[in-house]
Design a protein around this ligand. Structure first.
Ligand code: FE2
Length: 386
């Protein structure tokens, strides 16, 4: 693999992996001198048994806590602002985020506003967060978003039906406690959508214009692990091995994309997610079906490598056949072999395409896609999965 000797910057948090690593929460609040934390989570998570050990670790370390659960899927700007109000009025000195991507992104938003003032929409864009956030400890409960290791947060503006990205070194959490146990009771649909999200992170980071030896290494390892895990459909309640592997795949892909950037799958998926309020991993796996064939020619060598890892026969030299075979593998991964998942299943029609195209074209993820689409390309890409 060719190494490029230009200057590159990499950001990753402190990470602890392994069963019951969530129990380090109290030790870290003490390390960070956070004697009163805002626990950001959701009601369903807060009812789980395994959360008790987290609260116990806070009690043992003498950390007080305030619970904030007013967070929706695809977190809204007003969820962030309500959380920031709670943080400031309760005089918290740190955040403990326990949840999937929506909860973790909302926690990052709360930290930004608490430390910088204004509204969360003031920080949409790249490197606009001036003051560092309060200490942020994350316990991810899905294996997909990787918000616990990334410098990204996605916040919804429901009035404008848009999803906006905040990218800043300030958003890298202080520590991620990557624990298998919170995932053990996760429903199948969440496992599938999260797994597909991790897979799209790995692919987009690998073919990104911003990729590097470091990010490629992590992205490829993630794809390798995922290839051994799919189909994601099935009951993994009693399979800690599956859960741990899926967390590792998500973490590797997350560090890769956080440092290399994403691409067209995410740009299109953000537009869809905002308009139809779909789970992010589902939206990404729908558009992946049109983006991979579109991108293939621009990053031929890398897509061949992905196909090879997915077990698509290495003696295939016809690119069209490779794309078709990858496609089969990917539909198999979702547990719906030979079946295109379409946007119309979720209420989309041709009338929505101009809106989706306009929002995709202005998404910052498009900048690192290996092929830059024009408006006609984008319309065709959406039509293909309608
Ligand atoms: Fe994603």
């Amino acid at each position: 693999m060719e190494m490029i000797r230009e200057h590159r910057k990499y950001v990753i948090p402190e990470i602890i992996t392994g069963d019951n690593s969530r129990m380090y929460a109290g030790r870290y609040t003490r390390n960070f001198h956070s004697d009163r934390v805002l626990i950001t989570t959701d009601d369903n998570i807060f009812r789980q048994k395994w959360i008790r050990e987290i609260l116990q670790s806070l009690d043992e370390s003498g950390t007080e806590y305030v619970i904030f659960t007013d967070i929706e899927e695809n977190p809204r700007d007003y969820n962030v602002m309500a959380g920031a109000d709670a943080y400031l009025s309760e005089e918290c000195t740190g955040i403990l985020a326990i949840g999937g991507g929506s909860v973790l992104d909302c926690a990052k938003g709360i930290g930004i506003v608490a430390a910088n003032g204004g509204t969360i929409m003031d920080y949409i864009g790249v490197d606009l967060v001036r003051n560092p956030m309060p200490p942020l400890i994350c316990v991810p409960t899905t294996a997909g978003s990787a918000a616990d290791v990334s410098q990204y947060a996605v916040i919804c503006d429901p009035a404008k039906k848009t999803k906006k990205l905040i990218i800043s070194k300030s958003l890298v959490p202080d520590v991620s406690l990557i624990d298998t146990i919170p995932l053990m009771t996760q429903p199948e649909t969440v496992t599938i959508n999260s797994g597909m999200d991790a897979f799209t992170h790995a692919i987009e980071a690998y073919v990104s214009n911003g990729s590097s030896h470091f990010s490629d290494m992590l992205a490829l390892e993630s794809i390798k692990i995922i290839a051994g895990l799919f189909p994601f459909s099935g009951d993994y309640t009693n399979d800690p091995g599956f859960r741990f592997q899926s967390l590792m795949a998500s973490m590797y892909a997350g560090i890769a994309f956080s440092n290399a950037g994403l691409g067209l799958i995410h740009a299109m998926s953000h537009a869809i997610g905002a308009l139809f309020d779909l789970p992010h991993g589902l939206a990404s796996s729908i558009v992946m079906q049109s983006v991979i064939p579109y991108n293939y020619s621009s990053s031929n060598r890398k897509y061949r490598k992905i196909a090879d890892i997915l077990g698509v026969s290495p003696d295939l030299f016809d690119d069209e056949k490779i794309v078709a075979a990858m496609f089969e593998k990917i539909t198999e991964m979702r547990g719906r072999p030979d079946d295109l998942v379409t946007l119309s299943e979720y209420g989309a029609s041709a009338d929505d395409i101009p809106y989706l195209v306009a929002h995709t074209a202005s998404d910052p993820c498009i900048a690192t896609n290996p092929r830059i689409p024009d408006v006609d390309d984008l319309s065709r890409l959406f039509e293909r999965v309608l």
